[in-house]
Design a binder for this molecule. Sequence first.
Ligand SMILES: Nc1nc2c(ncn2[C@@H]2O[C@H](COP(=O)(O)OP(=O)(O)OP(=O)(O)O)[C@@H](O)[C@H]2O)c(=O)[nH]1
Ligand SMILES: [K+]
Ligand SMILES: [Mg+2]
Length: 444
Amino acid sequence: MTSAGSPRHHELPPIFALATGAGRAAIAIMRISGVGSHAVLRQLVGDMPSPRRTSLRRLWRNAEEHDDHLDDAIVIWTPGPNSYTGEDSFELHLHAGPAIISAVADALVAAGARPAEPGEFTRRAFMHGRVDLTEAEGIADLIEAETEAQRRQALAQVDGALSGLYKGWAARLRAILAQQEALIDFPDEELPPEVEDALLSEIRALDRDISHHLTDGERGERIRRGLVFAIVGPPNAGKSSLLNLLSERDAAIVSPIAGTTRDTIEITTTLAGVKVTLVDTAGLRETSDPIEAEGVRRAMFHVEHSDCVIQMFPADQPLPRPIARALIVCNKTDLTPAPSTLEGVPVAGISVQTGAGIHSLRKKLEEKAVALTQGSGPPPLTRARHRAAAETAHECLEAALATDWPEIRGEELRQAMRAIGRLTGEIGVEDILDTIFGQFCIGK
Ligand SMILES: Nc1nc2c(ncn2[C@@H]2O[C@H](COP(=O)(O)OP(=O)(O)OP(=O)(O)O)[C@@H](O)[C@H]2O)c(=O)[nH]1
Ligand SMILES: [K+]
Ligand SMILES: [Mg+2]
């Protein structure tokens, strides 16, 4: 992890939280951090253990008086600033019984610590300059990661990939601003035109890089939230049958009655290491049933908004018109052979019943998932918050390029600087910290 500028000093009282999950387990890890952690630990164990070593200690409610033996625990004392939070902190590896955990929590409160809020440890790490905001967000994503693609992306972010990118922009903008300030101080007639030309071309180059980051096809955001693949088509195409097959679950009702599926059914699965939500929809047809009509309306919504449309039709029925950009699948090839194309678009023939063509369909879906999330070049944008800030910076740079007034250009550049500073959390982020860290789990 890179540090977000010089460490800032905050005297914050000790907090504690269970770092391990609730429920039956062999060991529960309690973490304590903050000014006064030293005194808290002394109250529980008596003699202080050596820093950064595992020591087996008897835990007491009050060690000095040998009052109330709580547990025998592994203790790790980690003085600041080289700790996760940057503060004095320690861990207790307890036997994971609920009674032990609650007795130790009581003892910690008696010794002057208080339970931590969600994300409070990482928020302190941010406040002490141990991580910047994008790295902190990466930690939250890493904990949430369910797929390989999410894990890899989050880990890169924790490792400072986005931080490095955004700090690079900030450094370039700082240099541009300095030159712009110098220009403002210069009397017009003494100003060599090359100086201003050079400045403008640097603004243009930075603007190009930010725009490039913005037009990454949302692949980073897609990896984070997962892709949506919607299965649409006429009633009885076998949409629900395919959903069940691909998700290896008996999730949707299958029947020979047309109009069986009325609501959308969403199942999350993994394709080529990417999180994908498969959506089964109501069969598309004219209907006078208001509930089915609502189902059809929702299916149409997914045709518009999903990352990939799987357009399905049965081989024994009339051919449909192809939906733009859809992956076209003809089912029930056990009854009738599938056409190889539909208005020039290739058709994947399958039979959910016999399994024919399913392997190659799965391959196509995996390729689609990879194509929608993989790219080359700098790390992708991962959050709407980053997109909003980068868009603001881009707009300000465009405005700076559009004006001939040095003072106005200077102001636009400063606005762009503020937007980029908010990305890494260097400036003006107090108002968003509660939102960002509130999304963390307690204990992180
Ligand atoms: N012969 C044959 N029948 C199939 C195949 N796949 C599904 N079916 C049958 O086709 C019928 C309709 O399947 P569903 O999966 O309910 O179709 P659907 O597209 O979800 O239908 P709606 O929800 O009504 O829109 C059921 O009786 C299935 O058993 C197949 O590959 N071959
Ligand atoms: K059906
Ligand atoms: Mg169905």
